[in-house]
Design a protein around this ligand. Structure first.
Ligand code: DCP
Ligand code: MG
Length: 433
């Protein structure tokens, strides 16, 4: 018998938030639909206009259209029909309206999105137990020792998982299977939507090298620009560099990592259990607010964010020791401050008090575009009573060693114009907070 090969899958749901809405409104299937413009508001009106009516029978003509949208919202995601018009994630809605005025606009229903997120992940875990949660709509799965995980390079198991997810949730997903996470993540995009793509080590020159360096999970806009300035655009151009050249320009660890990535080398394990490093809430204002002139409005938003963050912590069973704030000014500059407390909390008013102290430490003479509050240095609630300094240390070490995972409440518009477009970067802490 031949030796088992390491087979790692990356699964990503197709047009996730939009697909969840289409389950509720199947009459919109195949039409251009965009998700954005706040939480359930637009279709509250829709429901009010059609009281008691089965949602499936609300006429298509009754839905709000992108061309009638006024505001500063950005698109969270779009159906594939809408993407054909060039509309996509992180695009301003008014700009998108020029490209596809007839698209239907629906707000995000986070509770529903989270419910389906849990459901599809549980469905996968029933089939293949080694699942690493990578955010609301994606996971890594270790196929190596799972029945079917080696057949046709993993395609057989991938088909089974796709079918099970569809049966349980009504949603489609795309799966990439490869020798490691790095390549699997790229491969899951090859055949979107509802596709499977299998990549072997030998496929590196044909399937991976022609891609742009930004397709490597971890090469963000800044590194991408720096590489472009060095005339390195494709992964094959990156792979052709001398280690010393990259190390000189990007530092020892990043330089060496880039070269490994370009050669498809990645030994990271699929980490089944992950503890969040932090949780945060943030919101972009409808109009820029001034700390003095709009004090009351800003204060109310600030308090609400802190209360929501406290409720998030309580619901998920965590306590935090560090509270931070983030501001984005009208010129898009960002300021962050944080403060560590003597003890742990998940109490809204306490969070508000500490966040208030942080706020006093930033300049407030300019208008604000966004405000965020973050809780970090987390421990599980049950753990805290028996808490010792060492247990906390262990906890935080574990968190930093294994996972860089942020639980960002997405309702708080993790989707601003400046947010990176590619999925991986949504999870990088410095870009979220
Ligand atoms: N999302 C977000 N902020 C962004 C981009 C996306 O909150 N800047 C949300 C909406 C998406 C979900 O996360 O539905 C998953 O993101 P993906 O990048 O996987 O996008 P989709 O699943 O919508 O589309 P695709 O089929 O390309 O995966
Ligand atoms: Mg997706």
């Amino acid at each position: 018998m031949t030796q088992r090969q390491r087979r790692i899958a990356h699964l990503d749901m197709d047009a996730f938030f939009a697909s969840v809405e289409l389950l509720r409104y199947p009459q919109l299937k195949g039409l251009p639909v965009v998700i954005g413009g706040g939480r359930r508001k637009a279709d509250d009106l829709l429901l009010a206009a059609h009281p008691g009516r089965d949602l499936r029978f609300i006429p298509v003509a009754a839905f709000p259209l992108l061309k009638d949208y006024v505001g500063r919202g950005v698109i969270t995601t779009a159906t594939y029909a809408a993407r054909q018009f060039g509309v996509g994630s992180a695009m301003g809605m008014m700009k998108a309206a020029k490209l596809c005025p007839q698209a239907i606009v629906l707000p995000v229903d986070f509770d529903e999105v989270k419910r389906f997120s849990r459901l599809f992940k549980a469905t996968i875990a029933d089939i293949a137990p080694q699942v690493e949660d990578r955010g609301v709509d994606e996971v890594y799965i270790d196929f190596t020792d799972v029945p079917g995980g080696q057949r046709e390079g993993g395609r057989v198991l991938a088909r089974l998982i796709q079918r099970a997810v569809l049966e349980k949730t009504g949603l489609t997903c795309s799966i990439g299977i490869a020798p490691n996470k790095l390549i699997a993540k790229m491969a899951s995009e090859f055949n979107k939507p509802n596709g499977i793509s299998v990549v072997y080590e030998a496929d590196l020159p044909t399937k991976i090298w022609p891609l742009h360096v930004r397709k490597i999970n971890g090469i963000g806009p800044k590194a991408g620009e720096k590489l472009a300035a060095l005339n390195i655009h494709t992964i094959s151009e990156l792979a052709a560099q001398e280690p010393a050249f990259l190390i000189q320009r990007f530092g020892k660890s990043t330089g060496a990592w880039m070269l490994d990535a370009a050669w498809g080398r990645d030994n990271r394990a699929v980490v089944t259990e992950s503890e969040p490093v932090s949780m945060s809430r943030e919101t972009t204002f409808d109009r820029d607010l001034h700390a003095v002139r709009d004090r009351a409005e800003l204060g109310a938003i600030f308090t609400a964010l802190c209360d929501k963050l406290g409720a998030d912590l309580q619901r998920k069973g965590y306590l935090a020791k560090t509270i931070g704030i983030k501001l984005r000014y009208d010129d898009f500059r960002i300021a962050t401050r944080d403060q560590t407390m003597e003890s742990y909390t998940s109490d809204g008013p306490t969070i508000r008090k500490i966040a208030g102290l942080c706020l006093k430490r930033v300049p407030l003479n300019q208008r604000l575009r966004l405000l965020g509050v973050r809780a970090s240095a987390l421990v599980r609630q049950a753990q805290e009573s028996a808490e010792t300094v060492s247990s906390i240390k262990n906890e935080s070490n574990k968190a930093t060693a294994h996972v860089i995972k942020e639980l960002v409440a997405i309702d708080s518009i993790a989707i601003e114009p400046l947010m990176p477009l590619t999925a991986p970067e949504r999870h990088l802490p410095d870009q979220l907070f």
